[in-house]
Design a protein around this ligand. Sequence first.
Ligand code: GUN
Length: 285
Amino acid sequence: MVARRIDGKAAALAYRAEVAKQVATFTEKYGRAPGLDVVLVGEDPASMVYTRNKEKAAAKAGIRGELHRLPEDTSQRALLDYVSKLNANDEVDGILVQLPLPKHISADAVIDAIAPAKDVDGFHPMNTGLLSTGRPGLVPCTPRGCMHLIAQTETELTGAHAVVVGRSNIVGKPMAQLLLAEHATVTIAHSRTRDLAALCRTADVLVVAVGRAHMIGADHIKPGAVVIDVGINRTDAGKLVGDVDTIAASEHAGWITPVPGGVGPMTIACLLGNTVVAAENRLSS
Ligand code: GUN
């Protein structure tokens, strides 16, 4: 068997077109566009690329997007005050503070300071709590994007075994919650899991988000499995590769996401989608 590719770029384009329509409806209804404010502290090169892409994608969808660049030596107090101002600004519907933050700033303190209704990352404990209790809230973008890609394969999740490799707050934990909400039997694996390959071979759906190049190979894949590769790693040669060895895994998998062009584009599309959800919820309540 050779796996079929899940085309994240095409799925993201289609979803962004849908979001653009929602933005147009919102703008017509409320007389202003939804607003997304992204805060970047410092000059981490990857974060600079990501935040610029978010700003550009917002503009393309008709969202008022603004990138706030603060210096590396911004104090935690100053950043918390900055977030408070965005919280209080009625034109701001979505706030995203790009991670990682400089070492002298506590990411938890900053996440806690974002108004839950504007938390388009879905990282605030209020939103993580709503997700884990099955109540509506803002859901982290990358796991939402992964669910969208799994849906493309028309795989039945009810009763399926889903293994999530990685237990981060950004991807692994919310991903597990979303799969559970779709009635999958979910296992979360991580760096200390014993015999990871044997466990992964029992997965009908395998989602990998660990940040280690090519750690998942052919011996981790159940024949026909759906494989979602969240990793983006740069090799010594400067090439972008996922956490899954795509060519090897494709021998057994039924469906697989490429890197790049898989999960990445969907994450940004879901951020735009979350911004519209946040805007609509705020203005209609
Ligand atoms: N850094 C890497 N991924 C993310 C994300 O989804 N949100 C934020 N805020 N920072 C990130």
